[in-house]
Design a protein around this ligand. Structure first.
Ligand code: NAD
Length: 510
């Protein structure tokens, strides 16, 4: 996402994301040794993975097309044998050539109904990969795996630190980690992505495990990928069934938890329900903007829609749709999931009007949910937001400038480390079920999740408003800092107190 002019001379993402840490550490007078322990990750694993890629058919350029206009069409076996990629290329499987009748000129052929393509040879390809293990004082390292072209050590350090705060806020016995691969998944086939996933776990095997470090899905990774990662880790082990908890976010049929797929969006909605309740309002009829229509965005939209809210705008990487009367969310989900919609995009949806990308955050709505990548709500964007609350479904979607403007404009904020903590909370339930060899119902999972998110969000709200209290659900008296503070600092204060307890009560190993 584009940085505003104000934001352009940025510090590193990690330094930026640590600003709330230093603010809260100062405020609660965090023990100096604990502060040092938490200022940098425990381990930074940087490594490379290599896979074999298949031959490709790459569309020829517009300029080249004229040269081949008389090239006769080839007859090749299409379907899966010519596998379409989201970037417009086709993967050429050998079976496409069975009984084919091909006319090639300078390596170019014409595929009926698809156009002119140049054959490009596949071969070995190398990718940079990362796993940052930030802190484990509260339990095994825990965090997602992201496949994206723009990842970096800086980004993963920031996200791994975030996981450390998030697991403490959710009060689950995990630490923080994050990692992934620098790759553009739209340019690779399902099989190639599978190979990347397998190599990723192969290389990490000695430093992860159900009691060591537990990966989960994040941007461009999903339950299918988690399943093969589990297989890769457990293959050849004497007790593979006892190790199913090595990754979470698996398919429910092979050890995943009911409710995990929607858990992050569900957690965001539980936070919004509390936010509305504090205002004496309901979510029914509220207008909502959702940026990102992947795991978090779709679940948030679907659940809010079912509660009677109106999803008036949705934006993803390829398109933006708007309908002031409220989008038909089930129809939009079906549009994005259609087999020929390779990018899983809202683009081309006919139940709304197209809006320019830069106008998205200027649309009228009461609730804004950034649920895509980081750095979306910059200072400039925040100046133009018309909503009452920003609920951070994504990790790190608001820049420090954005934070300041939201505060000045009295727009409420539900910080990421509680707003999207539903995912890791249900990941913990999945891990527990795996270790106990149990399978809980969706109602059971959601009841526990609701209590956990609402209790911890309640504590954060009490810290922010300086209103210590003991309720049937929680006790916030130990956490308030004696004055009113912003929600992001309040959330961080809660995380740091819980982490500090471990160091101070268990002592430091020498
Ligand atoms: P996903 O890969 O399922 O979906 C990402 C979505 O963002 C896609 O719709 C994509 O098109 C869109 N997007 C990408 N770039 C964009 C851009 N420049 N503008 C607008 N939209 C863009 O990912 P996800 O799992 O839903 O994760 C989304 C965010 O939520 C990430 O920040 C992730 O770290 C965070 N998160 C995810 C989980 C989880 O359980 N999946 C848990 C906690 C936090």
């Amino acid at each position: 996402m584009k940085a505003s002019r104000k934001d352009s001379h940025r510090k590193s993402l990690f330094d930026e994301s640590m600003e709330a840490f230093y603010r809260a550490a100062e405020l609660i007078k965090l023990d100096p040794r604990v502060r040092l322990e938490l200022e940098e990750p425990d381990f930074e694993h940087i490594f490379y993975i290599t896979i074999e890629t298949r031959d490709r058919l790459v569309p020829v350029t517009k300029e080249e097309e004229a040269r081949f206009k008389d090239l006769p069409a080839s007859s090749v076996k299409a379907g899966e044998a010519l596998e379409p990629l989201a970037n417009g290329q086709l993967v050429l499987h050998r079976r496409a050539l069975l009984k084919a009748d091909i006319t090639l000129r300078e390596g170019v052929l014409r595929i009926p109904k698809r156009g002119l393509f140049r054959i490009e040879k596949g071969g070995p390809k190398k990718f940079k990969a990362y796993r940052i293990q930030y802190n484990q004082v509260r339990g095994p390292y825990k965090g997602g795996v992201r496949f994206h072209k723009d990842v970096s050590l800086d980004l993963f350090k920031a996200l791994a630190a975030d996981m450390t705060w998030k697991t403490a806020i959710a009060d689950i016995p995990f630490g923080g980690a994050k990692g992934g691969v620098r790759i553009d998944p739209s340019a690779y086939s399902k099989e190639e992505i599978e190979h990347v996933s397998l190599r990723f776990i192969y290389k990490l095997k000695s430093v992860i495990g159900p009691y060591v470090d537990i990966p989960a899905p994040d941007v461009n990774t999903n339950p299918e990928i988690m399943a093969i990662m589990m297989r890769q880790f457990t293959d050849g082990e004497r007790m593979p069934h006892a190790m199913r908890g090595v990754v979470t976010g698996k398919d429910v049929r092979i050890g995943g938890s009911e409710g995990r797929a929607k858990a992050t969006g569900q957690g965001t909605v539980y936070c919004l329900e509390e936010w509305a309740r504090w205002r004496g309002e309901s979510l029914a009829g509220k207008r909502v903007l959702v940026q990102g229509f992947g795991n978090v965005g779709t679940a948030s939209a679907e659940i809010l829609h079912a509660l009677g809210a109106k999803i008036v705008g949705v934006q993803d990487a390829y398109g933006t749709v708007h309908n002031e009367k409220g989008l038909d969310v089930p129809a939009l989900l079906a549009h994005a999931a259609a087999p020929d919609n390779l990018r899983r995009s809202v683009e081309g949806f006919t139940g709304g009007t197209k809006v320019a990308r830069e106008d998205f955050w200027r649309l009228d709505a009461e609730i804004a949910i950034p649920a895509a990548l980081g750095q979306s709500i910059t200072g400039d964007v925040a100046e133009h937001l018309k909503c009452q609350v920003v609920a951070e479904g994504a990790n790190g979607p608001t820049t420090p400038d954005g934070d300041k403007v939201l505060g000045d404009r009295k727009i409420d904020l539900i910080p990421d480390i509680i707003c999207n903590a539903g995912g890791v909370t249900v990941s913990y339930y999945e891990w527990l079920q795996n270790l106990r060899m149990e399978h809980w119902t969706e109602a059971d999972v959601n009841n526990r999740l609701e209590r956990a998110i609402k209790a911890n969000f309640g504590i954060i709200h009490d810290i922010a408003t300086n209103s210590p209290q003991k309720t049937p659900l929680y006790d916030s008296r130990r956490f308030v800092v004696g004055k009113k503070i912003d929600m992001r600092t309040a959330a961080m204060a809660l995380a740091l107190r819980r982490i500090e307890n471990h160091y101070l009560l268990e002592g430091f190993s020498q």
